[in-house]
Ligand binder design. Structure first.
Ligand SMILES: C[S@@+](CC[C@H](N)C(=O)[O-])C[C@H]1O[C@@H](n2cnc3c(N)ncnc32)[C@H](O)[C@@H]1O
Length: 244
């Protein structure tokens, strides 16, 4: 049987010009575009980023992918999503699943790909890498993410704040994803460690709503949005303009 192929296309965390040429070429040449949407039928960030590249012949397949932590609900949603795209693949059509940031970095694409692979192992799947949010945030901050022999740690949603203290003991650079909901507690720990002036916050990187805080000293009671990244860099290094 001549199956189509599932492509995972990284569309960047915000700026459409951050999409790679390979990602854009594959996106344009694929007739079926699968994309996350919420229960209200609102398309996710990935769609908003690539909307301008869409062409009339392309069929959109919105997939309901809920924003929950319950594994049972998620597994059902990934299975339903695979059932939606499977008829196209079985008809020999390629499907491009678009993902905000990079498809291999905390992305739903990984779960969809694994579910498809378990159900139909003969269908091939390929990921196209791209810019992920920590790299874009470092660029917005005008600092490197790492130099020399610096160790970099990435923590996803923080469920255990002791973990943050432990990691801060050995890493030179710490990236905290999904920091919005725990920002107050994180701020208190960073204050205790004397690292507030070494911690930067970037919100909505690559969007018109982007905000950059070079340090978080004055953000004690601040509530960042979900799309925020905190970067703690123990040594000072930046290439910012020196304004008087
Ligand atoms: C589920 S992860 C998705 C990561 C994404 N695949 C990537 O490559 O960056 C969502 C988290 O990524 C970070 N993030 C993604 N896009 C962002 C953006 N445009 N600005 C700031 N943070 C972002 C935030 O920490 C957010 O809570």
């Amino acid at each position: 049987m001549n199956y189509g192929k599932l492509w995972g296309i990284s569309v960047s965390p915000g700026d459409p010009e951050w999409m790679t040429l390979k990602g854009l070429n594959r996106f344009r040449s694929t007739s079926v575009i699968a994309m996350p949407q919420n229960r209200k039928g609102e398309p996710g960030m990935a769609y908003r980023i690539v909307k301008q590249y869409l062409e009339l012949h392309q069929k959109l397949v919105p997939l309901y992918l809920p924003f929950v932590v319950d594994r049972g609900i998620l597994t059902q949603a990934w299975n339903d999503a695979v059932s939606e795209i499977l008829p196209f693949l079985k008809d020999g059509l390629d499907v491009a699943f678009i993902s905000e940031g990079d498809v291999s970095f905390f992305s739903t694409f990984s779960y969809i790909a694994q579910t498809l692979n378990q159900r139909e192992p003969e269908i091939s799947i390929e990921a196209i890498p791209g810019v992920c949010s920590p790299l874009a945030a470092a660029a917005a901050l005008k600092t490197p993410l790492s130099i020399w022999d610096e160790k970099v740690a990435i923590l996803p949603a923080l469920h255990n704040l002791d973990e943050l203290e432990n990691v801060l003991d050995w890493t030179e650079v710490l990236i905290l994803m999904k920091v919005g909901s725990v920002f107050g507690k994180v701020w208190t720990i960073l204050e205790k460690k004397n690292l507030l002036d070494r911690s930067s916050l970037v919100e909505w990187v690559g969007w018109d709503t982007q905000k950059v805080f070079e340090n978080i000293q004055n953000l004690k009671d601040y509530q960042p949005p979900y799309f925020s990244i905190l970067i703690v860099r123990k040594t000072d290094y930046s290439f910012r303009d020196k304004k008087s």
